[in-house]
Design a protein around this ligand. Structure first.
Ligand SMILES: [Zn+2]
Length: 196
């Protein structure tokens, strides 16, 4: 057993990323290792998102991480390792975009969904900076990096339009309720008038 350099959680020698904070357990030498680490990251995130076992809850509490699964998953994505290669980055970006919830109502008014989305957006920002660095390091990959960054921009736009829809739904709901109340008021007045 070794220890995670970031959070101190125990790590098996075969583990590529920390199952608790998502940090890399070693320096990855090639794309294959990065992709494997991303797979491990995704599995660890799924496990954290499910109701956590008591041991990890206690351990994370002691390490200063939030103990609700929502808080855990947020700190996990803020801390998760960022690949260095363009292939790894592309994979990580697609993975993060796939985790965004773009349901109009949920993403606008459901607090836990909003919080989870924010953590993913922060990760996308981190991946975006890494893409910029990768593009300056490998000029031949510049075009591909731009395409991947366009994907991130598109995901952000989709989320924004979901928020607009969510706000419109809410306004329509309020308007509906108000007009219902208005009708009921009118009816009450009419009934009152009749009974006089
Ligand atoms: Zn860790």
């Amino acid at each position: 057993m070794t220890e995670c350099a970031v959070c101190g959680a125990p790590m098996r020698p075969s583990q590529l990323v920390c199952a608790y904070c998502g940090a890399a357990g070693r320096v990855f030498e090639n794309v294959e290792q990065e992709l494997e680490a991303l797979r491990e990251l995704s599995a660890a995130a799924q496990k954290l998102g499910a109701k956590g076992d008591d041991v990890s809850t206690e351990l994370l509490g002691r390490m200063g991480f939030g103990t609700s699964s929502r808080e855990r998953i947020s700190s996990f994505w803020r801390n998760a390792f960022v690949p260095r290669t363009v292939d790894g980055l592309e994979h990580a970006v697609l993975m993060a975009i796939g985790l965004l919830s773009t349901g109009a109502w949920q993403s606008t008014w459901h607090q836990p969904t909003k919080q989870a989305n924010q953590a993913i957006l922060d990760r996308l920002t981190a991946l975006e900076s890494a893409l910029r660095i990768a593009a300056s390091r490998e000029p031949e990959a510049q075009r591909r990096c731009t395409t991947i960054r366009d994907e991130i921009a598109l995901a952000r736009t989709n989320l924004r339009s979901a928020h607009v829809k969510g706000a419109l739904f809410y306004a329509a709901l309020m308007l509906g309720m108000l007009s219902l109340l208005g009708c009921m008021g009118l009816l009450a007045v009419a009934i009152g008038g009749l009974s006089l």
